[in-house]
Design a binder for this molecule. Sequence first.
Ligand code: ATP
Ligand code: MG
Ligand code: MG
Length: 554
Amino acid sequence: AESSPSNFIRQIIEEDNRVGKWNGRVETRFPPEPNGYLHIGHAKSICLNFGIAHDYGGVCHLRFDDTNPEKEAQEYVDSICDSVSWLGFDWGQHLYYSSDYFNQLYEFAEYLISCGKAYVESLSADEIRELRGTLTNPGINSPFRNRSSAESLDLFRRMKAGEFPEGQYVLRAKIDMASPNINMRDPVIYRIRHVHHQRTGKQWCIYPMYDYTHCISDALERITHSLCTLEFEDHRPLYDWVLDQLADKVPCHPQQIEFARLNLTYTVMSKRKLIELVESKLIDGWDDPRLSTLAGVRRRGFTPRAIRLFAERIGISKADSWIDMGVLEDCLREDLNENAPRRIAILRPVKLIIDNYPEDQQEDCFAPNHPQKPDWGKRTIPFSRTLYIERDDFMEVPTKGYFRLSPGTEVRLRYAFIIKCVQVDKNAQGDIETIHCIYDPDTKSGTSGAESRKVKGNIHWLSVKHSRAAEIRLYDRLFTDPYPDRGDKDYKSSLNPDSKEIITGYVEPSLCEAMSEQIFQFERTGYFIADRIDMKPGKPVFNRAVTLRDSWGK
Ligand code: ATP
Ligand code: MG
Ligand code: MG
C-alpha cells in the first residue's frame, strides 16, 4: 500500500506529480548565504530539501546566495559544504552560486527598464523609506518614478560602469506604491556597492537584491519547488511578479512554498548573534561544542543520524513553534544507545582498596561492548587490589533510598565481585581519601557463584594501575533561559556560567587509542566523543555529548 505523504509539502508535490505539472520532475535547492556557519535550523531545511529530492527521484541543488559581498567569505562556503556532506547529503554536480547569474540578472534588469517595469531612483535610502508608507498608509510615488526608460537605462549602465558613489542611485521595480503588501511598493532591486566580491572580484560595483535574485536563480536552475521559511510568505507576490515579467526569458516559474522555521530552546540561531558570540570570545569559536552550529554539534558528539532523526520527528508545518532542546538530545540518546560501544571511565575518582585481595595479584573481568548486541563481543577489564570508583558512588551517611556504597553495606562492582565497605580514610581536612573494602571471591560475575547473593547497588570501577588519565570536557547548555533571545532580551545575560568544565578522569587503556570522532557510552555516565581536533594517540580528550538521561534543571 502507498503511504500517505508525511507533510503538506509532499502532498503538494504528489498532487503536482498526479496532474503532471512538472512532468514528474522534482528539483529543490538549499540556498545558504555564505555569511556564517550553518546551524541546526539550517539542518531542518537541508533534510527537507535533500530528503524530498531523494524520495521523489529528483535532485537538490546547493546554491550559495552570494549577493552581499561585504559579509561573505570563502571560509563560510567551505564550512557550509563540509556541514552539508557531513549531514549525509550529496549535491553531486549541482553546486551553484547566485553570482554565476550576475550577467543574466543584469540583462533582465535592462529588459525590465526597457519595458517600463523598473526605473532608476535618485532619492536617498531615507527618502525612499519615508515615501514607502506604512501598513495603514499607502506609499507615495517617487518623483523619479516616471523617468523615461531611456534615461533610466543610461543611468543604470553608468551605475554599472562605476560612475557613481554608493547610495547615489538604486534601481527599483515599478509595481504598486499603494499595494497593501509593502514588499510590492517598488522594491529596490539593485544597489551600488564598491566592494570586492569573493568570486567576481572587481567585475561588478552594482549588486542585485535578494528578492530579485532568488526567484530568477530558482527559475534558471529549473527548480520546481522553492521551499523557504514563513517570513518569506509576503515576499511571494514579489517572487511571482518578477518571474511573470520574465516569463518569456526564463525556463520555468517555480512554486515558492513556505514552512515554519525551527526554533530551539536554550540556544540562539541567528547568524548575527552567533557571529557576536564568536567575535566576543565568549565561546571558543564557530565549532564550540556548546553552539547550535553544525560544526559545534558535530564536535559535541551529535551524529548526522541523530540530526536527521530529529528533523523527521519535528516534521514540517505552517505554524511557528518552539522545540525543546530535550527533543534533540533524546534523538541523540536514541541513536547512541543503539550504536555506541560501551566503555568505562571514572570522571571524579576516589580510591578504593580491597583489603583482602593480594597486592601482587590481578585477574581479568569481561564486559560486553554492547549489552543488547552479543555479536559485538566482550573486552577484558583487569581487576586488582586498588581501584577507582566515582566519588558519587560512595556516601558516608547514606540518604534514604541510596543503594550504592556506604560503610557496612555491600554493592556489586560491575563485571566483578561483591564488596563490602569496612573503613574510610580521611585527610586532615576531613575529605575521604581512600575507601577500604573486602570482597567475596565466590561472587565473580559470570561464575556460578555470581547469583548466590543479591545486592541492590551496582557500580563501575577501574583498576588504578591499568587505567589512563584523560582530559574530559563536560559540556552543558549554553544558556539558562529556554528563550534567550525572545522579545528584546539580551541573550548574553543568560549565558550559563557552568556550560563547560574540564576535568581529568580515568579511562580504560584502549580509549587512549580511540580514533578522533569515535563515540562511546561511558557506562552510567553519558555519551562521549573523542575530540576531533585535540584527541591525540596516548593523550585522550573526550567531550560529553549528552548525559544518559535528561537531568537538566532537575
Ligand atoms: P539567519 O536568519 O540566521 O541569518 P538565514 O535564514 O538568513 O539565517 P540563510 O543562509 O539565508 O540564513 O538560510 C539558508 C536556508 O536555510 C534558507 O532557505 C532558510 O530559510 C533556511 N533556514 C535558516 N534558518 C532556519 C531555521 N531556523 N529553520 C528552518 N530553516 C532555516
Ligand atoms: Mg537568508
Ligand atoms: Mg540572514
